[in-house]
Design a protein around this ligand. Sequence first.
Ligand SMILES: [Zn+2]
Ligand SMILES: [Zn+2]
Length: 260
Amino acid sequence: MGLGITILGSGSRGNAILVHNERNAILVDAGFSRKELLARISACGIDPRTIRALVISHEHGDHVNGARLFSDELNVPTYVTFKTATRLEAARKLGKKKILFETGTMFDIGEFQVRAFSVPHDAADPVGFVINSDGARIGIATDLGHINSLCAQRLRDCDALVLESNHDVEMQQRSERSPSLKQRVLGRHGHLSNDDAISALEQLVTERTKIVFLVHLSSDCNECDLVLRAARSKLDGIGRKDVQLAVVLQDKASQTFWVS
Ligand SMILES: [Zn+2]
Ligand SMILES: [Zn+2]
């Protein structure tokens, strides 16, 4: 029973990541509408009825826009921290069934063992995830201002790594964005720059790493080719031509990668 990952899309207009095997799946974040999520899942050849739970990283709209309608339609629980649940409830984004978890703890959803760890980002209680199943490990951090030592520890040594590579710092500084938005994005609790993401690969990629997905690219302050070129050159430079690379954008799901 292999472990697969399919990223349904990523960026400031929606994020959702499916972790799955042949029988069961969990959806990490539901940033697209219910209809769009179901369409993308089916287009990937995955039966939505195999989804057992929704797991939420934080309350920003690009991660929860379809959360309530999606989880209620499939009648699955939403795993969420107390603080994030409070925000979601206030915004009427949380489905009927909720299961609370605490940041820093591990919990099982069927055969998926999920570990939630705190990430530096400007939300109530933002988390990244490490998901273990079938002897394989997937690390996910889509929104984080910087990689602190806890994040580095958790995200290191994964078979598949999903990491934010949000913006090129120079493009961000030159952009038409307001000074306050620039400050937010570039801040320690904003979004991870290409330079920070790519230099972290040296630390995070280990012998077991097979693929790195770079996600949550800014549509106006980044370019897919720029990210791919820089990441490829970093990985080649550390002798890891064998590690696959994929940039996942907003409008199209990734191909399924079988981690085990
Ligand atoms: Zn966010
Ligand atoms: Zn986001």
